[in-house]
Write a protein that binds this ligand. Structure first.
Ligand code: HEM
Length: 192
């Protein structure tokens, strides 16, 4: 079970997407079970409203329990889904403007969230830095206020790889110490 160490809020858009993923992959009945197990009321999530992070973390925890899947698998699936979901949920233009290639888009992740913040003023986004860029490789450093979301980032990167028609190989490493964060070594080749 993953837990959030601090108290943060997440916009309802995220919980709406978790709901969309479960409903589309596993059906409405399974969503009902997961929602009830997580102690979430049977009401629609409001995209622009803030929800305590525990709502999202509990939904993921209950999805693991009901579906008998590890948290890593649920989070990775959610990452892939998020790339498709945001493009359909009114952020297609923003996704388009964030870059026309896999590496360009990755380099623009912070700029993307800065633009998202214009619509979601209380956004508590992560931060990404690109290092050691090669022609078909780069190292991505991910800093977050939240814990345990590296598998979500792996799913996001896989979702972006599909979006840009590349095959990506992603190696994950935890960097410990004062500047603790997650690091991803990414290599890709075009699929077309
Ligand atoms: C237009 C598309 C996108 C929108 C609208 C968006 C919006 C958001 C929102 C609302 C949150 C929750 C944080 C909060 O509510 O304070 C979030 C978190 C996050 N986003 Fe994005 N996002 C987008 C694209 C992406 C992409 C493509 C990535 C790829 C790496 C990404 C990586 C993350 C991560 C890792 C988090 C987790 C928060 C954390 O680490 O603290 N997002 N984003």
């Amino acid at each position: 079970m993953i837990v959030s160490r601090y108290s943060f809020n997440m916009y309802g858009l995220v919980n709406k997407a978790v709901e969309g993923l479960i409903r589309s992959k596993f059906g409405d009945e399974t969503w009902g079970k997961i929602r009830a197990d997580a102690g979430v009321p049977d009401e629609p999530f409001m995209s622009m409203e803030s929800y305590d992070d525990s709502v999202t973390y509990n939904l993921v925890g209950s999805a693991c329990k009901v579906l008998n899947l590890p948290a890593e698998a649920v989070l990775e699936e959610f990452g892939k889904y998020w790339v498709l979901y945001t493009a359909e949920a009114g952020f297609g233009g923003l996704m388009q403007s964030a870059g026309g290639s896999f590496p360009l888009f990755i380099r623009n992740l912070d700029a993307l969230h800065t633009r998202v913040k214009l619509s979601f003023p209380n956004l508590q986004p992560p931060s990404f830095q690109v290092a050691d860029e090669g022609e078909r490789s780069l190292v991505l450093h991910y800093h977050s206020h939240r814990q345990g979301l590296a598998p979500f980032v792996i799913g996001l990167l896989k979702g972006l790889a599909s979006r840009f028609q590349v095959d990506a190989e992603i190696a994950y490493e935890r960097v410990d110490g004062v500047n603790a964060h997650d690091k991803f070594v990414i290599h890709w080749i075009p699929t077309t």
